[in-house]
Design a protein around this ligand. Structure first.
Ligand SMILES: [Zn+2]
Ligand SMILES: [Zn+2]
Length: 275
């Protein structure tokens, strides 16, 4: 639990997009690890950390173009959703990019003043020889990566090399497996240290069954990453937030009744953890 010397941030999960509701379950697990029939749609989120006089964004989502070419349903332009939460995108000082996949690192030009935080390994991965392979470059958009490079030249990229504390009570940890340099974010809240796991695991079921999502660079590191995330969250599943699980939007309370796609993760979930 929170101790008196730790900050207590508010954390919002903003659900900005979703997939076809008929997406088959087997598409969400390593080949052969799920043979059940049925549907298992994904949701897409960006996250806000605010309090202690600062307001940070974690990931920037995608826009209409990627939604169209990749056949995703854009429910809201992420910056519109931020504004509905009372946040002016232009005033965001810091953006943590968990990694550079299209659904996490689009819309970068909508934050022209922000400083960005990225693992150096991720930039190396997204601009190096691995992008010569179709299956590894598939989750990236060249335009997002080139905009990230422009941010480097503009002097607004802060590279991290492994685990570090960015601000008091806001830490990043490098987790292998999904991409070249994914980082998860751990935030101090009134109910404990909460881990935004991003794509360390897409669904809680990926983690619990040790059955990786099929977008994976290193299977062993991804499996080790599941355990590391659990340790970072102190073993409390309610403090461990998956990257794409519709369960997040269903279990946590809405910011307000007219904003059901924005939930408060710093508050306790409304229903018990059960799988
Ligand atoms: Zn990803
Ligand atoms: Zn993702």
């Amino acid at each position: 639990m929170k101790t008196s010397d730790q900050p207590a941030y508010e954390i919002l999960a903003l659900r900005y997009a979703t997939t076809d509701l008929m997406r088959p379950r087997r598409e969400n697990f390593f080949p052969g690890m799920d043979l059940h029939d049925g549907e298992m749609p994904l949701d897409y989120y960006v996250w806000v950390i605010r309090g202690e006089g600062r307001c940070l964004l974690v990931d920037t989502g995608f826009g209409t173009e990627a939604a169209s070419t990749r056949h995703r349903t854009l429910l809201h332009q992420p910056t519109d959703l931020l504004q509905r939460a009372g946040i002016q995108p232009a005033k965001i000082s810091d953006v943590i990019l968990t990694h550079l996949h299209y659904d996490h690192a689009g819309n970068l030009d909508r934050f022209p003043k922000a400083r960005f935080h990225l693992q150096e390994d991720e930039m190396r991965f997204a601009t190096g020889r691995n992008m010569c392979h179709a299956c590894l470059k598939a989750p990236f958009e060249c335009r997002d990566v080139t905009q990230a490079v422009e941010i480097v030249f503009d002097g607004r990229m802060v590279f991290h090399d492994g685990d570090t504390e960015i601000f008091p009570g806001i830490e990043v940890f490098r987790i292998g497996g999904h991409s070249g340099g994914l980082q998860v974010v751990r935030v101090s809240t009134a109910r404990g240290k909460l881990v935004l796991a991003s794509d360390a695991f897409h669904f809680t079921e990926n983690r619990l069954r040790r059955a990786p999502f099929p977008i994976v660079y290193h299977v062993g590191e991804m499996l080790d990453g599941f355990a590391r995330c659990e340790t970072l969250a102190g073993g409390d599943p309610d403090l461990l937030i998956p990257g794409h699980d519709p369960d997040v939007g269903l279990r946590w309370p809405a910011l307000s009744p007219d904003l059901p796609d924005i939930v408060r993760l710093d508050l306790p979930p409304q229903t018990k953890f059960q799988y």
